[in-house]
Design a protein around this ligand. Structure first.
Ligand code: HOZ
Length: 429
């Protein structure tokens, strides 16, 4: 079933560390051979052995309208003919910035970068430059890309591989990153109180997606907002996963909370390598060349990424019913999964908001990294492989959210629910 994938994985390991270019996709935490993909269309992935999968990763978020959505493909084809990079400004970048501003609240200025990592890294440099303070607060199990300051108690691959301390991150850098538990406002207040006037920024995944999907508890983000206002701290929403997914205006709009800076990743490129950070003029004006907080990139605002992203985001803006449809599909999936999990009779928790969802094999509510880590991830491993065998592609880690795309049909969702029922019977007690 995976003959060609196995051959490619063998070959890949000879020239690529671990055979992959991003650790989670190596399948190490779930075991087995990573599936090598050949193509994708709509809701389906096709691997090199000719197997078809219903996709619940959506390239870790951006494929909101499904893979290889025709207008995006056509736009890329057309614009590639004009050159794939200029290293000079283009009108496309202006259109993209204007479109983002028209969709997202509280963004006066926006700077394009090439990945979510770059966006978050630049946003905290900006917050530090703006406030003249050094320390940041992040949350355990949150992942903001792989820049040094974020690799402290990080989620995603760092949690998946249970890496406690990342070699190469100097103590000097690590000491400026303070961590608190997600959904623990008191913990954050204490950190701020013990470091008066030293915190430049609080960065948060408003809805966490890098330790499975975990929702903010009532009042948590509101409390952080007030704390930041009181203490002159820059409040950063990492919307790499939630941006343009939970609503046209992302988590800010969906949850009704104002951020000072927002970061985006692949979602604004329709899957192309891109990212952005933006926010209030007063803060963003400190970025070079307006200010002296330096940040740059030849591929920033790359024309192919811009036209792909513009085409997709423009559709989302003009057709907001996509969000209702996506949420209805996700609720349908959640309810269907809930039924088969209940019939199975073993502990589980399903967290869902908008089109983000995940299952934790846990007998307690999953509200933070400690509770996510306490789940039975051996069971997840068995479940993952049983689902894969049945043609359902879930994230190969319990520490990742699932993302739905709007190309999924009721038939796909029913097939997924049926596969889950069979998989649970296979996983056993
Ligand atoms: N860290 C990404 C998900 N949170 C995974 C990226 C990838 O493997 O492509």
């Amino acid at each position: 079933m995976y003959t060609r994938s196995k051959e490619l994985f063998e070959r890949a390991q000879k020239s690529i560390p671990g055979g992959v270019n991003s650790p989670v996709r190596a399948f190490r935490s779930v075991g087995g051979t990573p599936v090598f993909m050949k193509s994708a269309k709509g809701a389906y992935l096709y691997d090199v052995d000719g197997n078809r999968y219903i996709d619940y990763i959506a390239s870790w978020g951006p494929m909101i309208l499904g893979h290889a959505w025709d207008p995006v493909v056509k736009a890329i084809q057309e614009y590639a003919g004009y050159s794939t990079s200029f290293g000079a400004p283009t009108e496309l970048e202006i259109g993209m910035a204007e479109l983002i501003k028209s969709m997202v609240p509280n963004v006066d200025l926006v700077r394009m970068v090439s990945s979510g990592t770059e966006a978050c890294m630049s946003a905290i440099r900006l917050a530090r430059g703006y406030t003249g303070r050094n320390k940041i607060i992040k949350f355990e199990g949150h992942y903001h890309g792989h820049a040094d300051p974020f690799l402290v108690k990080a989620g995603s691959g760092v949690a998946t591989f249970n890496i406690q301390t990342v070699p190469g991150v100097t103590p000097g850098v690590a000491q400026d990153t303070l961590t608190a538990a997600y959904n623990d406002p008191e913990g954050v207040r204490q950190l701020v109180a013990t470091h008066p006037g030293q915190i430049a920024a609080i960065i948060v995944e408003p809805v966490a997606g890098n330790m499975g999907c975990i929702l903010p508890s009532a009042g948590f983000l509101e409390g952080l907002r007030s704390l930041c206002d009181r203490e002159g701290i820059v409040f950063i929403f990492d919307e790499v996963m939630t941006g343009f997914r939970l609503a046209p205006g992302g988590a800010q709009e969906r949850l009704g909370i104002r951020a000072d800076l927002v970061t985006y990743g692949k979602v604004i490129g329709g899957g192309m390598p891109v990212g952005a950070f933006g926010g209030r003029k007063e803060i963003m004006e400190h970025i070079a060349p307006l200010g002296s907080v330096y940040q740059a990139g030849t591929l920033s605002g790359n024309p192919i990424a811009m036209i792909a992203g513009f085409t997709m985001l423009n559709e989302l803006k003009n057709n907001p019913s996509v969000y209702k449809e996506l949420e209805a599909k996700t609720i349908y999936l959640r309810d269907g999964l809930d039924k088969v999990f209940r019939a199975w009779g073993q502990p589980y928790r399903i967290n869902q908001l908008g089109s983000m969802i995940s299952v934790h094999f846990s007998d307690h509510p999953v509200v933070d990294f400690t509770s996510a880590s306490g789940a039975n991830n051996q069971r997840f491993k068995g479940f993952f492989h049983s689902m894969l065998k049945r043609g359902v592609y879930l994230p190969p880690s319990a520490f990742e959210s699932w993302f739905l795309n709007n190309a999924l049909s009721t038939t796909d969702l029913d097939a997924t629910i049926a596969a889950a029922g069979e998989s649970l019977r296979e996983v056993g007690e």
